[in-house]
Design a binder for this molecule. Sequence first.
Ligand SMILES: CC(C)(COP(=O)(O)OP(=O)(O)OC[C@H]1O[C@@H](n2cnc3c(N)ncnc32)[C@H](O)[C@@H]1OP(=O)(O)O)[C@@H](O)C(=O)NCCC(=O)NCCS
Length: 173
Amino acid sequence: MYWVLPFVWSMSFWDSLLHGAPPVTTELLPEDLDYAAALHSEAFARPWSGDEFAALLAQPGTFGFVARRVGSSGAPLGVVLVRQVLDEAEILTIAVAPKARGHGIGRLLMDSVLQRLHAERTASLFLEVDEENDAALALYRRLRFVEVGRRPAYYADDEGRRTSALVLKRTLR
Ligand SMILES: CC(C)(COP(=O)(O)OP(=O)(O)OC[C@H]1O[C@@H](n2cnc3c(N)ncnc32)[C@H](O)[C@@H]1OP(=O)(O)O)[C@@H](O)C(=O)NCCC(=O)NCCS
C-alpha cells in the first residue's frame, strides 16, 4: 500500500486529476497552424493568422511545438515558434490557452525547444518580452535567461501607454 503514497501526493497526480491527462509536446505541423493562430489571438493584441504562421514555418530554420493532453487530437493548449540561424535561435512567439496557464505548459514547451537546440549544438537562445509581463518573465528567469538589452517604449497598449521590451538570452553551451 505504501508505494502509492508518493504518487498520490505528487503534484502531477493532483494536476492530472484536476485538469485531465498530462500534457505532452509534438512538432508544430501544418494542420496545427489554425489552432496556433487561435492561441495567438487569445494571447496578443495583434494576432497572427494561420497564413502568417505558415509563412514563418516555411522559412528555413523555423520550427515549433504544440502541447496537448496525452491522447487528445483536438485543439492544442499551447504553441511555441522558434527561428534558428546558424548557432543562434530566437523565440518568435509562445502562447498558452488562458484556461491552461499556470500548469507547467509554458515550461514544457520551452523545455522542448531547449532540448532540441541542445541536440543541435546551438549556442544561444534570444527572445523579447514586455517588462511588465510577469508570467513570461517568471518562466524565462526560471530557465536562466538573463537580460542583455532593453528597447525603451517598444510596446504600446490601446491607451497609448508605452513599456519597454527586454531582450533576454539563454546561453546553451
Ligand atoms: C507566458 C506564458 C506562455 C506562460 O505559460 P504557463 O503555462 O502559464 O507557464 P507555466 O505554468 O509553465 O509557469 C512557468 C513559471 O512561471 C510562473 N508563472 C506562471 N504564471 C505566472 C504569473 N502570472 N505570475 C508569476 N509567475 C507565473 C510559474 O509559477 C512557473 O514558475 P515555477 O517553475 O518557479 O513554478 C503564458 O502565461 C501565456 O501564454 N501568456 C500570454 C502570451 C505571452 O505573454 N507570451 C510570452 C511573450 S514574450
